[in-house]
Design a protein around this ligand. Structure first.
Ligand code: HEM
Length: 421
């Protein structure tokens, strides 16, 4: 006889998810003592939540799990954009994903490392003159500058600030999974402004009015042809291009978390500064594992499947527990301890360290910018640990795990910034 799956009662638990945030799934997997349970979301739709390394293995099996058409429309309209690569499937997905991955050359990644380092250095004097620096806000503008420059996009400093704020609104719109979200309209307008600007850049590039370097994102996206030899529609192309810049800007949340970790956990800042045996890299991996960012990912069963002895019918919505998987004892021992040394012996599995999705970069929806994220974080953390000194005034360091998307409540304030010479 088939086992009966534990069930979270309720006609529609979307609001409960929004209320409990990152803790919703953990609370249930603990209560039911199960890696899997059933719930109802988004107007009462049946969904099966799966958690852990084996759950990630199943979720990234393209024969068993379908991803297209599973993201809430509100999130697509604000966060990812209409027609975004995240919503594609099969050959079309692999074709477009190859374009994103083609940007991740050694040359481009080394350039990104240098740009990140240089921009923080150039920014030092500004931070020295400020009464206090809100690391969250400071890095959002700085990362927008890095992102635009890296992508070959030229823009004035004032407009860059506007784009940075707009992209922050889009990222915050992740709160739009639940229906009553007051920032939804604002986020849509913000998206339209940045899409307009990027589309203009693409059209100018195609007409030869501006000349980004070959190999840069603007050049490659503008001139890319799909498997049928067709260029991308200019609006869709701007959506894709923004899916390089916007998530890069979102790294500001990890930056604030990293500066918080160096303050909160004794010895971390000194160890990052020394960087013995690639410590800064391990520290960044632990920041990505430990702090809340992506809570979960949606998909649906492409056929009748089985998980943990339970049968799941074709077309059932499947929710992969991302945050919980990073915080399970059977995935990472002592998960609530911030411990970068755990990555000394990590086997590099594509199914356990999944803050940016898992599986294969080319054939699954795993984040195209994971290496970029690690590089930007490494250089930024080394800058804060090695190149400057600063004080940390009293503030609210809370990271509220019930609020989506996660962030340090104060933004992470530092002051009295001085250059280490
Ligand atoms: C996909 C997280 C930075 C580009 C994803 C996914 C997650 C994620 C969870 C979806 C995985 C899935 O659906 O299975 C993050 C986080 C970031 C980050 C937390 C850091 C703050 C970046 C950067 C880029 C980027 C810097 C720049 C290239 C993308 C793209 C996709 C994606 C294009 C879609 C991939 C696909 O559909 O195949 N990211 N990401 N991300 N990310 Fe990131």
């Amino acid at each position: 006889m088939a086992k009966r799956m534990p069930k979270d009662r309720g006609l529609d638990n979307t609001l409960t998810i929004m209320k409990e945030g990152y803790e919703y799934i953990q609370n249930r997997t603990k209560k039911f003592n199960s890696n899997v349970f059933e719930t109802r979301v988004l107007g009462g739709k049946q969904a099966v939540v799966i958690s852990g390394k084996q759950a990630a293995e199943l979720f990234y099996d393209n024969d068993k799990i379908e991803r297209s058409g599973t993201l809430p429309p509100r999130v697509v309209k604000t966060l990812f954009g209409k027609g975004a690569i995240h919503t594609t499937t099969g050959k079309k997905h692999i074709d477009r994903k190859a374009l994103f991955m083609s940007l991740m050359t050694d040359e481009n990644l080394t350039y990104l490392r240098k740009l990140t380092r240089n921009y923080w250095f150039q920014n030092t004097q500004r931070m020295q003159l400020m009464d206090e620096v809100n690391v969250y806000k400071e890095s959002i503008i700085l990362l927008t500058k890095v992102g635009f420059r890296w992508a070959g996009i030229i823009e004035t400093p004032e407009n860059i600030e506007q784009h940075a704020m707009d992209m922050d609104k889009m990222i915050d719109s992740f709160g739009a999974i639940g229906s009553p979200y007051k920032g939804y309209r604002e986020a849509k307008k913000a998206r339209a402004r940045v899409e307009d600007f990027l589309e203009e850049q693409i059209i100018k590039t195609r007409k030869g009015k501006i000349h980004p370097e070959p190999g840069s994102a603007l050049y490659e996206f503008s001139h890319w042809e799909d498997m049928n030899g067709k260029p991308m529609d200019s609006r869709l192309c701007s959506v894709d291009l923004m899916n390089v810049i916007r998530p890069l800007v979102a790294i500001n949340r990890f930056v604030a978390y990293g500066v918080l970790a160096m303050h909160e956990f004794p010895g971390e800042r000194t160890r990052v500064a020394r960087d013995d045996n690639d410590y800064a890299y391990k520290f960044v991996q632990e920041v990505r594992r430990y702090y809340p960012f992506v809570p979960f990912l949606p998909g649906k069963a492409a056929k009748n499947i089985e998980f943990d002895g339970y049968k799941i019918k074709k077309d059932t919505m499947i929710i992969l527990d991302v945050f919980g998987t990073l915080h399970r004892e059977d995935t990472f021992s002592e998960p609530e301890r911030f411990n970068p040394y755990r990555f000394d012996n990590w086997d590099g599995s594509p199914f356990d360290l999944i803050p940016q999705g898992g599986g294969d970069y080319h054939t699954n929806h795993r984040c195209a910018g994971e290496w970029m994220t690690i590089i930007i974080m490494e250089e930024t953390m080394k800058y804060f640990a090695q190149e400057i000194n600063y004080d940390v005034p009293p503030q609210d360091f809370t990271v509220d795990r019930t609020k989506l998307p996660g962030r340090v409540k104060s933004g992470m304030i530092i002051n009295n910034v001085r250059l280490n010479i």
